[in-house]
Design a protein around this ligand. Sequence first.
Ligand code: AMP
Ligand code: ZN
Length: 652
Amino acid sequence: MNEMQKLVDEINKHCYNYYVLDNPTISDKEFDALYDRLVQMERETGIVLPTSPTQRVGGEILDGFEKYPHEYRLYSLDKCQTKEELLKWFNDIKAQFPAATFTTEHKFDGLSLVAMYENGQFVSAGTRGNGLVGENVSAQAKTIKSLPLQIDFKGKLIVQGEAMITLSNLKKFNENTTEQLKNARNAAAGALRNLDPKKTAERNLDFFAYTIHFAEGKNFATQAEMIEFLKQNGFNTGTYFKVNSTINQIFDEIDFLDTARHHENILLDGVVVRLNEVDKRDEFGFTAKFPKWAMAYKFDAEEVSSILKDVVWQVGRTGKLTPIAIIEPVELAGATIERATLNNFGDIQKKSVKIGSRVFVRRSNEVIPEILGLAEELPNSKEIPQPSICPSCGATLQEIGANLFCPNHDDCPEQVIDRLANFAGKHGMDIDGLSFSTIEKIYNAWGIKKLHELYELTGQEFMMLEGFDVKKGKRAKNLEKALEDSKTVAFDKFIYALGIGDVGVKTAKDLAKKFATLSDLMNAPLESILEINGIGDVVANNIFEYFRNADNIFQINKLLEYGVKIVYGEKATEFRETIFNGKTVVLTGTLQALGRTQATAILEALGASVVNTVSKKTDILIAGENAGSKLDKARALGITIIDEQRFQDEIK
Ligand code: AMP
Ligand code: ZN
């Protein structure tokens, strides 16, 4: 009992932080774990304490907002995290109603919002509150551009959906302000429950409608009809909705969405599975908290919190310092995480994280996860000191914009080693056997500083390196041969190997596509570099300046003198003639067979450049199911549109 009371109190405290203050001090996943434990305890003991959070759907109402009594109670959703649990629920429904079909829907991770319409006009909107009474946020909701103020339907209508901030809007907002919003869900909640509607407007919320509580004189037979009606009346219902009849179809959808969500512009935390046939729902009814005819399948958390233990600084190939956060080990999306990036010094200041504080960590598409911001400042936490000297060579650092740089280009060990490793790596010259640790050994033995100096080394010299003299020097000979073999190199890889600031694989490919030869690239005016989609001022300048530096030109000439042969055009990468070669392609909607990542990789391998927005420069739009505004725009611009089947046929 004692233990249970303590757990209840703890969860209530977190609920208050989360729902009332919008200031959670633990991650959703940790919260869910506490909550699940309580649910299990209650089940096992049969005792439910009077203050148990399982007894209510939401939290208390903040002062300052008018109350918003709901005409139809807002229920929570029952949740599961395994396919077994979902199967059991599915079978229970099928047993009673064999013809049942099920919708799969995005589970939007935002804030519930109910909107009411009369005579075709928006009347009011309220938050969920405790499910019975919410807060009146009509003025705030009106600022949401994707929430229609007028609709065709003239009867009374009550719609429920989710107020969200898209990740791109969040990024834009953060770029233009010092007030950093760390998480899209909290940003949307804070905006909607802001007493100043102007502040709400600044954050550019979106509304995703997913269900109808009441539509005067209307009876919807299915959820699908409901969604169709919402769409017809100008509501945004998102990019995904599907009707399934078998459990395997549902499982496939879940797997697909679990991957696809990483490329979505909104936070999704699961899949809502619902009985599609509305008239059958009454037979299944409700528990005190949720409908029995719907289930939320929750994904693994994308975000967790942990304690920031220390920050170490890495010096990269251009001299830029990157702060790496050392955190207490924590599980994130199936991996144990101990390090996360803090991007740069400016980022640390913006996010105001401190050593010893609890921070949010988010999985990212990069190798290393990212620190999002402060979760909770704990006692004795201390500022992260700004380093004044380079941790590798001791040179006095320079502060340029948000970054710190070590100016010691030629004699900073970490910088030089990273530059050589980048040059030799698989995206660059691809020198077999020249690993990071071998480069360290080479650096320590001969202190080479320039890229071309690698090609001055011979097998005999490699013999002197630790571990290379074994088996009659086989390893040393192999390395000598690998150096020789690497000299024939595709243009894009050569560009990458140079290690120009911010020029990664994609930019290197774009440059190789745009410029026919190395000398074209070297002589390119700034304007023509800027013509490449996705290259901004900073990167263009890096590229332009790189080829204005005498030392860089010297190294390039030496490389060519030592026999580096650049292979241009088709021969450069494996090449097949398809309609996508050299084209700018946009993907939209749901691709059933291939995920977006895979489709993008295939297209890029075929010489296409895949971009996010449709413009006049777009050549081809690949439209999957439930394609939205991009499709409309492409039609308006007269761009070639192909469907997924055609895409499949073209790449066969
Ligand atoms: P939870 O807050 O985790 O109990 O989950 C229930 C909440 O999920 C609802 O109150 C909604 O705010 C949210 N939600 C997101 N997407 C959907 C959806 N497609 N259908 C129903 N609820 C959704
Ligand atoms: Zn240095």
